[in-house]
Design a protein around this ligand. Structure first.
Ligand SMILES: [Zn+2]
Length: 164
């Protein structure tokens, strides 16, 4: 098995921000990195689940809705993937995400948190979701990172960790 592209990014030098992790066949995968991997606590599962419902709801109703292919959490719980069709830059995605987070901060309930529309409707935590959203918004507005580190490391077994 080959190491897939996203595992070749050195996760020891990733700051919260927004990164392009893949561009292929007219689709762009954005990594909305919310916490610093292995340095800060990851987002708690229930808060991440609520964030997924809220972000997906906003993106699929947004000015970019026709281009939104997928919104879903990273398995490591440090961020969210958003896959877009067409030409979107990191700055476009930053503006969209800032508007999304501002909307989330006005919400008083999690959409579709019911047994009919969710596979685990009790696994939600709106207060922690709002806390994470507030911190991530502050980071996108004041301390924005979007460039992978230029560090390039080759491990003994030949794997190369590189900038994008
Ligand atoms: Zn759900």
């Amino acid at each position: 098995m080959e190491v897939i592209q996203s595992f070749t990014i050195d996760h020891r030098h990733l700051k919260p921000g927004i990164y392009v992790s893949r561009e292929d066949q007219g689709f762009t995968t954005f990594d909305l990195r919310i916490t610093e991997p292995n340095q800060e606590p990851a987002v708690a599962p229930a808060a991440m689940h609520s964030l997924e419902h809220l972000m997906a709801t906003w993106f699929r109703n947004s000015r970019a809705k026709d281009d939104v292919v997928y919104v879903g959490p990273m398995g490591c719980l440090t961020g969210m993937y958003v896959i877009m069709k067409g030409n979107y830059s990191v700055e476009d995605m930053r503006r969209l995400t800032i508007d999304c987070l501002r909307w989330i901060l006005t919400q008083t309930e999690v959409p579709a948190a019911s047994p009919e529309s969710c596979g685990n409707y009790l696994l939600h935590d709106l207060p922690m979701c709002l806390w994470e959203s507030r911190r991530y918004l502050h980071r996108l507005e004041n301390d924005f990172h979007c460039e992978y580190t230029k560090l390039r490391v080759t491990l003994d077994d030949g794997r190369v960790f590189a900038d994008a």
